[in-house]
Design a protein around this ligand. Structure first.
Ligand code: HH2
Length: 377
């Protein structure tokens, strides 16, 4: 039979490591050269330092990793890091506690539907400012199988000014109160103001989606901890007003991961249960076109943080830039591409406007990945 050559993919038992020290490279080479190691090691240089790809059968890789620790002290931490990365990447037991409800994020991709009760959101601004229309849209999303409804009363699009607290509350509270009594779908409040979060939780929300990653309001973490609500820790550089003014990173994925790790720490210190935490790279929040693409391509690296990833790409400007489409409503196919790729790279929740369509994209992607896992692990 002729050999067939395929591409390196998620289902294949290979891991890529970047930023290795000289000592680690030497020790890795030594461990891989042992006659019974049964792994292939390929070294490569990249702007982030020396990198390596280790490929092996799942069993051989597992054996190799447990052996790294004893082979050389320089490799102990690296071995544990790779092992926990692999464990997190294939975790099927991620749970999200949202007050009384527990979402089984390991079982399938969950859909967070966007409901902007605002006059000026970049895509659906003005469509649901009237509570009647907002309620109708929420019911429609529930019929379409949405898992979470994310309700926001302030646009955080680039350049947006902040909305006074009482105005934000006036927009979201009637909608939350009504929906909490009517739907069993968990409701999320999209706000960075702790006072708004507190009142929204009292009205029946069970998730706080904070685009500032718990940074803009000092007591946000405590509000979440006290209520038992889940929290989305999103990365932002700057504020919505100034975030797109020349954002600069060393390595965008590493910098975002480091900031998210700090956010997780803030939450845990305030008493938030780890199973209440979601992380989000904050696509479009203080990022250039290239930063957004890199974050998507390397989203899998954020899995090392050990918390489920939420991804919000829906209809965003970078999709318009890639496709030359200025009307956000016409960016559905572009969104679908980011959703499929994002799930493949580890996203467990996707935040979208087009619930019915993206739920189908997610289900299809889940089916392919399930098959890949059945074949390889
Ligand atoms: N994006 C927006 C708002 N909130 N929250 C999370 N966790 N992740 C995101 O990517 C995210 C978010 C921006 O999108 P949208 O709500 O549609 O627009 P606007 O801010 O103009 O209301």
């Amino acid at each position: 039979m002729e050999p067939v050559v395929g591409i390196l993919r998620r289902g294949a038992p290979a891991v890529s490591i970047t930023g290795l020290s000289k000592e680690e490279v030497g020790a890795l080479q030594g461990a891989a050269a042992l006659p019974d190691a049964r792994v292939s090691l390929v070294l490569r240089d990249s702007p982030a330092g020396t990198g390596a790809v280790v490929a092996a059968s799942p069993d051989d890789l597992r054996r190799f990793l447990s052996r790294l620790t004893s082979f050389h002290p320089a490799l102990a931490a690296l071995g544990r890091k790779i092992q926990s990365f692999l464990d997190n990447s294939f975790r099927s037991d991620y749970k999200l506690k949202c007050r009384g409800v527990v979402l089984d994020l390991g079982s399938r991709t969950h859909i967070m539907g966007i409901l902007n009760v605002t006059p000026d959101s970049f895509s659906d601004g003005g469509s649901f400012l009237d509570p009647k229309q907002a309620l109708e849209r929420a019911r429609e999303m529930a019929d379409q199988g949405v898992d979470i409804i994310d309700i926001g009363g302030e646009s955080t699009r680039p350049g947006a000014d902040s909305v006074p607290e009482d105005e934000e509350l006036r927009r979201v509270l009637p909608v939350i109160e009504r929906l909490a009594g009517e739907l069993s779908v968990p409701l999320s409040i999209d706000t960075y103001k702790s006072a708004v979060a507190r009142k929204a939780l009292q009205a029946g929300a069970s998730i706080v989606n904070d685009i500032s990653g718990l940074r803009f309001s000092p007591d946000m973490a405590r509000v979440a901890a006290a209520s038992g609500a889940a929290v989305v820790i999103m990365h932002i550089r700057g504020t919505p007003r100034d975030m797109q003014k020349d954002p600069v990173y060393g390595d965008v994925v590493r910098d975002v991961a480091a900031a998210l790790a700090e956010g997780i720490e803030l939450a845990l210190q305030a008493g938030v249960d780890p199973e209440q935490v979601l992380i989000d790279p904050g696509i479009g929040f203080g990022k250039t076109f290239e930063h957004n693409l890199t974050l998507l391509d390397r989203l899998d690296e954020l899995q090392a943080l050990g918390r489920p990833i939420l991804l919000g790409t829906s209809r965003k400007r970078f999709i318009g830039d890639a496709l030359g489409i200025s009307d956000p409503a016409l960016r559905r196919e572009g969104t679908a591409a980011t959703v499929a790729l994002g799930i493949e790279r580890g996203a467990r929740v996707i935040r979208v406007h087009d619930v019915a369509e993206m739920a189908r994209v997610a289900r299809m992607t889940d089916a392919i990945l399930k098959q890949a896992r059945n074949e390889n692990y």
